[in-house]
Design a protein around this ligand. Sequence first.
Ligand code: NDX
Length: 256
Amino acid sequence: SMQCFPSLVLALSSLLGALALLQLSLYLRVPSRYGKHEERLCRPRGRLPARCAWFLQELPSFLVPALLLALRSPPRLEPLGCRLLCCLFCWHYFYRTFIYPFFTRGRPFPLQLLFFGTLFCIYNGFLQGYYLIYCAEYPNDWCTDLRFTSGLLLFLLGMGINIHSDLLLRQLRKPGEVTYKIPQGGLFTYISGANYFGEIVEWFGFAIATWSLPAFAFAFFTLCCIGPRAYHHHRYYLKTFTDYPKSRKALIPFVF
Ligand code: NDX
C-alpha cells in the first residue's frame, strides 16, 4: 500500500513552483488564450462548450484527493486536521466541478488548453491529497492553532469573494449571449479581477491553514497563473470601454 515519500512531495512541489515561474514568464506579456483573450481567427475549430470543458478539466482536482481520502488503508483517523484540510480542498473543487460549470455562460473553451488544464488538475489534486492524507503531521489541537483558524478564515473569505464575483460576471449575460460588458458591484467596484483576487486569497488561506510546502506552491502557482490574467483583463477593459471607471485597479484594491 501507499506510504509517504517526503522526497516525492519535495520534487512535485518544486516542479509546481517551476511551472508557476514558467507561467509568469509566458503570460506576463501575452495572456493565455481563452475567454476574452482568444485569437478567434486562429482556431475556428477545436473547442468544447464551456460547460463540458470546465467540468472535465476540474473534475480530477475533486476526484483524486477524494479517492485518496476515502481509499486510504488503513484509514487515517488522526489527526483530524489532515482530513478537515483535505475536505476543504475537495469542497472548493466540488463547487468548481459540479456547480460552476452548469451555470457558466462562457464561450467555448480551446481543447488544447483543456488538455493541459486537466493534466494540471490531476497533478495538483494528487500532490495536495497525497501530502495531506499520507504525509502531513499535525498536533491534535491543530484546529485551534492560529495558523489553522486565520488560514481557514482567509480561505472562506476568498471563496466567498470568488463565488460572488463569478456570479456578478455571469449576470452580465443573458443565456446564449457572448458579449463583454463592464462588471459592476461587489469588489468589481475597486478591481477588474475580483474573482481572481478571491481565488488567490483563498489559496493563500489554504496554504496558511495547512502550513505546507505543496499548498504554498499551489498558492504561488495560482498567483502566477491568474495574477497576469487579471492585468490583461484590466488592459482589455481600458482599451474596449472609453467609459471604464478610472479609479479601478487590476488586482489589488487602491494599489495595482
Ligand atoms: N483552470 C486554474 N500552463 C485553468 C484553466 C486554464 O482552475 O498551459 C488553472 C483553473 C489552464 C490553467 C487552469 C492551468 C494552466 C494552463 C491554463 C491554460 C494554459 C496554462 C493549462 C487549470 C498552461 C503551463 C504552461 C504551465 C502548462 O466568454 P468568457 O469565457 O470570456 O466568459 C467569462 C465571463 N466573463 C464575462 N462576461 C461578460 N462580461 C465580461 N466583462 C466578462 N468577463 C468574464 O465570466 C467566463 O464565463 C466567466 C469568468 O471569466 P474570467 O475570464 O474572469 O475567469 P476564468 O479565467 O474563465 O476563470 C474562471 C474561474 C475563476 O473563478 C478563477 O478564479 C478560477 O476559475 N481559476 C481559473 C484558472 C486557474 C485557477 C482558478 C487557479 O489557478 N486556481
